[in-house]
Design a protein around this ligand. Structure first.
Ligand SMILES: CC(C)(COP(=O)(O)OP(=O)(O)OC[C@H]1O[C@@H](n2cnc3c(N)ncnc32)[C@H](O)[C@@H]1OP(=O)(O)O)[C@@H](O)C(=O)NCCC(=O)NCCS
Length: 176
């Protein structure tokens, strides 16, 4: 797979690079991010951002994941991250976070819409799936606005505390 990069009206989605580590750590280190995501611990260990960036590079080369940092094109500011995880059998899981100072600007929705397009057109995937904690409905709005269909309620280990909690499940199939 070649280098991946997506441009939207206000955002640039590009592969994470080593120089992004400090900003990733600062933003992902906020408890409000770790609280509702599966893979982000709290407190956020100092070396984790560099490890995550290295893994993103390797997973892309292996065809296992496509991870992007989300950059405000105008300012060059890193505002979040979005990923196609567990790519295989024509499917992938979508995950994302936006740094708290940048919430409610429509960035997650703009990035997710662009990622869906990339997944279906560039990677030729056929199905995307996602989930969010039931107590985190704004993530459901992001998925709904990106054309995902609500499948129902499940239970998953999610959030930095590793508790089993109710999650809402979603999918989007190519061509729908
Ligand atoms: C969920 C998240 C990605 C949304 O990012 P965002 O850039 O603020 O989202 P958008 O601006 O595109 O808004 C999406 C919806 O959430 C709503 N929303 C945004 N911030 C909100 C807040 N603080 N409280 C309630 N609703 C909020 C918006 O109103 C919008 O809904 P609408 O279209 O009905 O108006 C962000 O809050 C986040 O990173 N949260 C922590 C990590 C996380 O939840 N990741 C997803 C795990 S499944």
């Amino acid at each position: 797979m070649d280098e991946h990069r997506i441009e939207t009206e206000r955002l640039t989605l590009r592969p994470p690079q080593p120089q992004d580590a400090d900003e990733v750590q600062r933003l992902a280190g906020d408890f409000r991010i770790a609280d509702v995501t599966r893979s982000i611990p709290h407190p956020y260990p100092p070396e984790l951002a560099q490890q995550w960036i290295a893994r993103c590079t390797q997973d892309w080369l292996d065809g296992k994941a496509a991870s992007f940092v989300i950059i405000e094109t105008g300012s060059g500011q890193l505002v979040g991250s979005i990923t196609l995880k567990d790519i295989g059998r024509g499917e992938a899981e979508v995950g994302y976070w936006i740094g708290v100072p940048y919430w409610s600007r429509g960035y997650a929705s703009e990035a997710c819409n662009a990622l869906v397009d990339f997944a279906f057109r560039q990677l030729r995937l056929r199905r995307l799936y996602a989930s969010h904690l039931a107590r985190n409905p704004q993530s459901g709005r992001v998925l709904f606005k990106a054309g995902f269909r609500h499948l129902g309620l499940g239970h998953s280990e999610c959030g930095s505390q590793g508790k089993v909690e109710p999650v809402e499940l979603y999918e989007r199939v190519s061509g729908e």
